[in-house]
Structure formats: structure tokens, C-alpha cells
Design a protein around this ligand. Structure first.
Ligand code: ADP
Ligand code: MG
Length: 258
């Protein structure tokens, strides 16, 4: 019956807990509660794990692994507050992260994403050019409306590296449609190393560029990260500082892209 009811944890544990209860003199009520409690806890863990899988978030890029002393323009409390969810999600507000390559935009947006999943939200992370390719494919398959409906389930979509979306390679009109679709209904996190003044290179025309920026900033917070590339710094440090070298053995050279 527990199998029919799809209660796998209860099915696995009810006998063991029954025996434990006999030893400890539990009442039937106590035993029943213990079985259900375990099912609820494990179900929540399973849901969180599957949400982390579907999110596409880079693993390990969390608040705990981010060094807030290494960068200016953002404080731990700000990121913690975004990571908890709350009104910015229910009010469908946005977060825009600007900063040079290597300043931590991907890490911080992923850290917020992981935190939101821990708090029970659904998050979808993608490089902007990648999500555009998926949209393009959905349109080719005449599935674009379904795709939009599916994406509405996500409390937050993280569009990383919006500045690298190339209007000569993908139809960035779709990017405008996505931003317009989520305006005042669902949150976006957008990361960019290009200031707004260069977004003309992203959107197909000036009108849609202005309209997209307008929608993003209307209910949006902006964080501007300042400081030298963390990658460059750790790469430089690893050459001269053997201690650092030990800690960061994977920083071999200065990557040219984000
Ligand atoms: P961006 O997206 O701005 O180009 P990333 O977030 O990809 O930069 O950061 C580059 C690398 O440096 C990543 O491996 C990231 O985890 C790491 N990194 C950047 N800033 C920090 C920081 N303040 N503390 C710890 N790691 C950082
Ligand atoms: Mg990045």
C-alpha cells in the first residue's frame, strides 16, 4: 500500500521503526508520526536535489565559497537576503549584476540560485546564448508557447553573460520576448560585463533594447562589482605564492573569457 501511495521512505523504514518503537516502548501514535516525519524530510531532500539538478547551476558556487573581502560593490548581507527569497520573488523584481570579467558575477548569481533552492524555490540558470538556442529550437519545433509555459514554473531565471548574446548569430528578439514575458510576473537575474550603453549590440534594434532595459530596471536592483578579476589575481598569486598555489592548484593561466 505504501508503494501504491508512493511513500518510499515509509515503505523502507516502517518495519525498522516499528522494532525500534517496541524496544523503546513507543505508542502506535509515536511510531506513526516517526514514519511520516521521515517521509516528509526525505521527500523534501529529494525535491531539493531534483530542483538543483534541473537548475543547471554550477556546483560549488555558493555563498560559503565566495570571498566578500575580495570585491567591492557587494556585501554578504545583500546576497544572503536575495538568496532567502521573500518579497523580491513574490513581487517579481529583478537583479542585475554588472562587473568586469572574473569579478564574480557568475559565482554570485549561482550562489543566490543555490540559496533560493535551499529555501524551496525553483531556479533555472543558463548562459544567455544557450537559452536563446533552446528557444530557437522550440520555435522550430512549433513548441515555443509550451516552452514559455514551462519556464513560468521557475521563480527565477538567471541569464548569465547577456552581453555575449550575439544578434548576428541568434535571434535576440526572443530574448526581448522572454524579458517582456516575465515582466511583473516572474523574477530574472541578469549578469553582464557590458554596460547598458553597449546593449545595442545584443538586441536586434534600438526600440527593443530600450524596452528591455526599461522592463529590467523598473522593478530591479543593480549591483556593480568592482575590482580586479579574481581569476587573474589567483593566477598571478599562484606563480609567486606557493601557499596560494597549494590552495588553488586549478588556476593555471589567465582565461580570456568569462
Ligand atoms: P564573472 O562571471 O564575473 O566573469 P566568475 O564568477 O566566473 O566571474 O569568477 C571567476 C572565477 O573566480 C570563478 O571560479 C569564481 O568561483 C571565482 N571567484 C570570483 N570571485 C570570487 C570571490 N570573491 N571569492 C571566491 N571565488 C571567486
Ligand atoms: Mg561569468
Amino acid at each position: 500500500m505504501l508503494k501504491d501511495l508512493r511513500l518510499p521512505t515509509a515503505r523502507r523504514c516502517f518495519m525498522e521503526l516499528h522494532e525500534k518503537g517496541l524496544d523503546l516502548g513507543w505508542s502506535p501514535m509515536k511510531w506513526f508520526s516517526a514514519v511520516l516525519e521521515l517521509e516528509v524530510i526525505e521527500r523534501s531532500d529529494r525535491r531539493m536535489e531534483s530542483r538543483r539538478d534541473e537548475s543547471g547551476l554550477p556546483l560549488g558556487k555558493t555563498i560559503e565559497t565566495f570571498d566578500f573581502n575580495a570585491i567591492q560593490g557587494v556585501r554578504l548581507e545583500q546576497i544572503e537576503s536575495f538568496a532567502q527569497g521573500g518579497s523580491w520573488i513574490s513581487d517579481a523584481r529583478n537583479l542585475l549584476l554588472f562587473g568586469p570579467s572574473g569579478s564574480g558575477k557568475t559565482h554570485l548569481s549561482a550562489a543566490i540560485g543555490h540559496g533560493l533552492i535551499d529555501h524551496g524555490f525553483r531556479v533555472y540558470y543558463s548562459q544567455t546564448s544557450m537559452i536563446l538556442q533552446r528557444m530557437e529550437q522550440a520555435r522550430r519545433d512549433a513548441r515555443l508557447p509550451e516552452w514559455f509555459r514551462k519556464m513560468e514554473r521557475y521563480d527565477v531565471i538567471i541569464l548569465d553573460d547577456i552581453g555575449y548574446a550575439d544578434k548576428t548569430k541568434v535571434d535576440t528578439g526572443l530574448l526581448f520576448e522572454l524579458i517582456a514575458d516575465r515582466y511583473e510576473s516572474r523574477s530574472l537575474i541578469v549578469a553582464s560585463n557590458k554596460p547598458f550603453s553597449l546593449w545595442d549590440d545584443v538586441f536586434p534594434d534600438n526600440a527593443r533594447c530600450i524596452a528591455a532595459i526599461d522592463r529590467l530596471v523598473h522593478h530591479g536592483s543593480i549591483l556593480e562589482l568592482q575590482g580586479e578579476s579574481y581569476r587573474r589575481r589567483t593566477a598571478a598569486g599562484s606563480k609567486t605564492n606557493p601557499k596560494l598555489n597549494k590552495k588553488k592548484p586549478t588556476a593555471p593561466s589567465i582565461p580570456q573569457t568569462t
